[in-house]
Each structure stands twice: as C-alpha cells, then as structure tokens.
Design a protein around this ligand. Sequence first.
Ligand SMILES: Nc1nc2c(ncn2[C@@H]2O[C@H](COP(=O)(O)OP(=O)(O)OP(=O)(O)O)[C@@H](O)[C@H]2O)c(=O)[nH]1
Ligand SMILES: C[S@@+](CC[C@H](N)C(=O)[O-])C[C@H]1O[C@@H](n2cnc3c(N)ncnc32)[C@H](O)[C@@H]1O
Ligand code: SF4
Ligand code: SF4
Length: 329
Amino acid sequence: MNQVDYLRISLIDRCNFRCQYCMPEGAELDYILRQQLLTDEELLTLIKEVFIPVGFTRFRLTGGEPLLRPRVVELVGAIATLPQTQDLSMTTNGFLLAPMAQNLYNAGLRRINISLDSLDSDTFDQIIGNRGRSQWEKVWHGIQAAYNVGFDPLKLNVVVIPGVNDHEILDLAALTIDKQWHVRFIEFMPIGNADLFGDRGWIPSVELRQSISQRWGLTESQIRGNGPADVFQIPGAKGTLGFISQMSECFCDRCNRMRLSADGWLRPCLLNENGQIDLKTALRNGVSTSVLRNQVKDLLEIKSEINYKQRYSGSNEGIYTRTMSQIGG
Ligand SMILES: Nc1nc2c(ncn2[C@@H]2O[C@H](COP(=O)(O)OP(=O)(O)OP(=O)(O)O)[C@@H](O)[C@H]2O)c(=O)[nH]1
Ligand SMILES: C[S@@+](CC[C@H](N)C(=O)[O-])C[C@H]1O[C@@H](n2cnc3c(N)ncnc32)[C@H](O)[C@@H]1O
Ligand code: SF4
Ligand code: SF4
C-alpha cells in the first residue's frame, strides 16, 4: 500500500477570484462562518497531536486563497519549524503574493505553486471571473517576486479549458525554456462547475504533449514531484513540464494524500465524498487527540477502498456538495 504522508490543508474557503472551472458561475457559495473555521491553535494541535503521530510529514497550504487567511505568515512559521515537517508548500493564485513572498520565505516556506491559466490579460480576466481592472499583471508580479526571493521549485498551474486557453499551450510551455519554472497542465475535473465542464471539458494530456513535442521535442524528466504530475522537459530547457491527467489516466494507485478542509473535515479522496471525519467538532466537544488519532489511523487503513474508482464515463458525472475552492484542489 502507498504511504499516505501528505496533507493538503485548506486555510480558508474564501477567494478573491472566481475561476470558471472552480466555482459555479453566479452561484452564491455558502461560506464557512468565522467561528466554524479551525483556529490556528486547533490546526496546530491537529497537526502535532494527530497527523504527525500517524505519519504525515508533508503539508500543503491551499484554499480558497490561502493568502487571505489572517496571520498566514505566522502559521507558516509554526508549521515549518516543527521538527517532523519534511516539506511545506503552498498553492496560491499569486494575487497577494508580491509583498508577502519574502516574509513567507523567511518564515520557512520553500516551495510554491501558483495558478496561471493564461498569458493574455483578457483571457485571464475571463477565466478568473474579473470584470474590473485587469488582475493579470499583479499575479505576474507575484510570480516574479516568488522567483526572485528564491522559491524552488516554482510551479505554475494551468487548467486547460477547450476553447478558452488551449491555444496558449505552446506559449505557456515556452516559459520553461529560459526560466527554471515548472509549468503543469491540469486536465479539468468535473467538480466545481458542471455547466462549463459540459460533455467533455478536458483535453487529454497526451494531445498536449504531441503538440509540444512537434514544436520542440519532449523528453521524460528525471525530476519527479511529490504529486500526481508526469514530468517532461523540452530538450535543453531550464524548467520542466508537468501533466496532471486525472481524467485520461488513473494515478489513484499512487495516491499519497488526504485533505483537511478549513472547517476541519478530513477527506480521504478529492473525488469521493465517502469516509469524511469532522475533526473540529470532535475536538471542540472535548474528544481527546488520542481518540482522533485512532480514527485517522482507521481511515488510513481503509483509504484505498475509498479512493476514486470510476474513470471518466463520458458524461458529466460530478455531483459534489463542495466546490474545488472549498476543498482546496
Ligand atoms: N485527482 C486528483 N487531482 C489532484 C490531486 N492532487 C492534486 N491534484 C490536481 O493537481 C492540481 C495541482 O495541485 P497542486 O496544489 O499544485 O499540488 P501538487 O501538484 O500535488 O503539488 P506537488 O507537491 O508540488 O507536486 C490540483 O488542483 C488538482 O487539480 C489528487 O490527489 N487527485
Ligand atoms: C482550488 S485552488 C486553491 C489554491 C489557489 N486559490 C489557486 O488557485 O492556486 C487549487 C488548484 O485547484 C485547481 N482547480 C480548481 N478547480 C479545478 C477543476 N475543476 N479541475 C482541475 N483543477 C482545478 C486550480 O487551478 C488550482 O491549481
Ligand atoms: S482556482 Fe483558486 S483562485 Fe481560482 S477560484 Fe478556485 S480557489 Fe480561487
Ligand atoms: S482522485 Fe482520490 S484517490 Fe485518486 S489521486 Fe486523487 S485523491 Fe487520490
């Protein structure tokens, strides 16, 4: 059985963007009330007394938009300095990153994944649901700031949506040639916005690899991440290209992760709502952390049975009570 040692922690369900693929358009989401969010203290208690003792050593902070979480730099520092933390990373949309990058780095964050779905500011605004002043430049500054501060690896996440940004694949891939950036193309999953997904909202990674390969050639990279990406490289490029192909290929047999929502629900599989445990309510009701540890251990035992089994069946199959922004991706 795969070792499950990677916890994706959603710090907040709110976001300053409304990406088309992540949230249903126009719908009002039920945001978690402030008093229902895990406090910093509760989160640290769960990490120290529940997750680390059962074997978790790698943590990713996500959201919603994690940089909207009050005192996020302090929280990063508290997790980074735990002796058992082997890896601490963050996934962010980058909008608030430029002025925070150095402080996050100083607090102990070393690697960061930033979403960037387009190099064109109009397309970008369309994807992120922005109707006001363009936000692209601020995100681009965030990426540059993270690079200058020394985040390594620096990964850029692109959700590929047919007819929206698929014409930019080569331009986005070209970013890896001169810079040590790692661009990852993600197949759109039918969770978040069923209407946009439609009958087939994703392009198989193999097709993207073919067009990149025709342009520059493409070799398998020696570098592997901690996650589900298959990593390739344009010959001679400084960075790499990752492909996260949850629709066309199955990587569930190498699944190494669970997810903790901002309101304290532990979720064993992104694409399956079975088996979730409400750790926050238990903690607030005075259940001891040793009992919670045993519950998480039991969940780890049965995780492979809960893991997503149906591959794409040709229709819009995603019926989920939480959107991606609420789960953390
Ligand atoms: N189906 C599925 N998709 C995942 C899983 N983990 C990540 N993804 C997808 O990959 C996207 C990017 O994930 P990131 O937050 O950048 O994290 P990662 O790729 O696991 O990160 P690294 O540790 O840097 O390799 C997510 O938004 C999801 O779309 C997973 O366990 N299952
Ligand atoms: C939910 S976001 C949270 C972190 C941060 N707000 C960001 O966008 O990077 C994490 C990741 O989920 C991805 N994502 C969201 N909805 C998705 C979907 N329907 N299919 C595939 N990936 C999705 C985003 O592109 C992003 O890389
Ligand atoms: S993908 Fe990230 S930035 Fe976009 S709406 Fe979802 S949580 Fe917000
Ligand atoms: S779909 Fe579920 S089992 Fe498969 S890799 Fe993602 S989280 Fe793991």
